[in-house]
Design a protein around this ligand. Structure first.
Ligand code: ADP
Ligand code: MG
Length: 251
């Protein structure tokens, strides 16, 4: 589904991604863990081309993201239209909910399909109501974000991403900004998606969630993938001392 091959990224002098390679199979749930500043968010942003990469390549279902391969093998920047099309196939949910404050929950979810895919409003509405029900918010359709708890807002954000019918979902610390008692309800929604076979890359510090849901856990440190293993393995017997040190701090 996604192949990233030797991706490098600098911010000025700062080398934030160092030969990062990752393959995500269809239906797989990959959890990325690692210390703050290790490049996790930057990597997710590169996956859907919110950031450009210096070299290496990223493909989704064989299609290079943000690049086109010429007949001689060189990669050149792709047109905006293709970038937007590919990006719309990856739903992204951030730490902060980023809902439109002047729109109701329902309007937040309906907006994308109507403006991007020209879905007729009546159809967008019924699909969006179904998505709100799916994330447990059937009764909150007409409520504005300010009237919702953080956990509810994040569930609307997930419904909004799902409304675009993404092939892949990317989550960047989706529960880090939440009060502890609201974390579970958001993780439940993400677990449901995993059970339904959604392909997902999830950056999180929720190790219980990772243990339960991840097919694979990636440990990133200082811009590199240091270790990658099944959750049972990495949490009980990490191979790399840096992984061990990190886990001992947070577990
Ligand atoms: P993580 O998500 O693992 O905490 P990030 O990907 O956010 O790490 O950041 C990796 C490194 O890149 C950090 O040193 C951060 O300060 C730096 N960085 C992130 N975004 C930018 C940016 N837009 N400009 C400059 N430096 C950045
Ligand atoms: Mg981050």
């Amino acid at each position: 589904m996604i192949v990233a091959e030797r991706v490098n990224k600098h911010f000025g002098e700062l080398h934030v991604l160092k030969d990062v390679s990752l393959t995500v199979a269809k239906g797989e749930v990959v959890v990325i863990i690692g210390p703050s500043g290790s490049g996790k968010s930057t990597f997710l942003r590169c996956l859907n081309y919110l950031e450009t990469i210096d070299n290496g390549y990223i493909t989704m279902e064989g299609q290079p993201i943000g690049k086109r391969k010429l007949a001689d093998g060189r990669l050149v920047d792709d047109g905006r239209k293709n970038v937007y099309r590919l990006r719309s196939q990856m739903g992204m949910v951030f730490q902060r909910f980023n809902l439109f404050p002047h729109q109701t929950a329902l309007q937040n979810v309906m907006e994308g399909p109507i403006t991007v895919f020209k879905v007729p409003p009546s159809e967008a509405k019924s699909r969006s109501l179904a998505l709100l029900a799916k994330v447990g918010l059937a009764d909150k359709a007409d409520v504005y974000p300010v009237q919702l708890s953080g956990g509810q807002q994040q569930r609307v954000a997930i419904a909004r991403a799902l409304a675009m019918q993404p092939r892949v979902m990317l989550f960047d610390e989706p529960t880090s900004a939440l009060d502890p008692e609201l974390v579970g309800e958001v993780l439940e929604v993400i677990k449901d998606l995993a059970r339904e076979g959604m392909t997902m890359v999830v950056v999180t510090h929720e190790m219980g969630f990772a243990r339960e849901v991840a097919d694979r856990v990636i440990f990133m440190d200082d811009g590199r993938i240091v270790e990658e293993a099944k959750p049972q393995k990495i949490f009980t017997d990490p191979a790399h001392p840096r992984t061990r040190e990190f886990l001992s701090k947070i577990l």
